[in-house]
Design a protein around this ligand. Structure first.
Ligand code: CIR
Length: 254
């Protein structure tokens, strides 16, 4: 099934280790991060995507996490307004890249919104209210997507960086969800694949066309996804995990 045809990624910069993190997993190795990024790009190409690979931007250590700077669909894009002031400005360059590709709308002050808090599930958008995404940002996004006939719901996010740190939609009504996700009841209508604490990082796995990309080292999640009938590609993201970055944050797909 062809859901996406292209993706935007940005290579990590030499300043990568100066980015924002709460992970306590040590300093990332930039050379290994670059190798892992290449493998991630190869996985997206295997899924059938045409990639736009942006050069590193050392001014923004977190700028490889492009997902946070926009919300994109095949019909339109929304330029986000990053919720942490240290990342404000990353969205400006992404706007330049997306402008020739998509009709764009914008989240404006006082709205704050990180793309990592936005999950599309078929014709619905779930908008996580987190430390990075506020009610004003959520309301603006709701107004935008409703013009394109999507439903939109705000969901409280607790104890997680982003909404999609804990929940991800695979398609076919299947939803990966961390066992302690605080707004679990909002997802009763989905077939929930519950992720235990020891595999929490793998809750951020990503369906791309005929494959599901799963971070390497989480065998139970991988098996659960395979049991649903999906082909899995494992991607080693150890260096990104050290910077609180999940698998989906490394690309914008549409
Ligand atoms: C940050 O704290 O903003 C980055 N170090 C990690 C961003 C990860 N993005 C995501 O989960 N969508």
């Amino acid at each position: 099934m062809k859901m996406f045809t292209r993706a935007i990624v940005r290579k990590p910069a030499e300043t990568f280790a100066n980015g924002i993190t709460t992970a306590n997993l040590g300093k990332p190795d930039i050379n290994l991060a670059l190798k892992q990024h290449e493998a991630y790009c190869e996985a997206l190409i295997k899924c059938g995507l045409e990639l736009t690979v942006l050069d590193p931007n050392p001014k923004f250590p977190d700028s490889c996490f492009v997902e946070d700077t926009a919300v994109v669909t095949r019909d339109f894009g929304v330029i986000a307004r990053p919720g942490d002031p240290r990342r404000l400005g990353e969205e400006v360059e992404i706007q330049k890249v997306l402008e020739p590709m998509l009709t764009l709308c914008y989240i404006e002050e006082p709205g704050k919104l990180d793309g990592g808090d936005i999950m599309q599930a078929d014709n619905r958008f779930f908008i996580g209210l987190s430390n990075r995404t506020n009610l004003a940002g959520s309301k603006q996004l709701k107004n935008i997507v409703s013009k394109y006939n999507y439903e939109a719901y705000s969901i409280p996010v607790c104890n997680l960086l982003h909404f999609k740190t804990g929940v991800n939609y695979l398609g076919d009504n299947n939803l990966l969800i961390h066992k302690d996700f605080c707004s679990k009841d909002d997802f009763k209508s989905y077939n929930q694949i519950v992720i235990e604490d020891d595999e929490e990082y793998a809750a951020n796995s990503l369906r791309v066309n005929d494959y599901v990309l799963v971070p390497k080292g989480f065998p139970k999640t991988k098996a659960s996804i395979e049991n649903l009938g999906y082909q899995v590609i494992e991607v080693d993201l150890s260096e990104y995990q050290k910077m609180d970055g999940g698998l989906s944050c490394l690309s914008l797909r549409f």
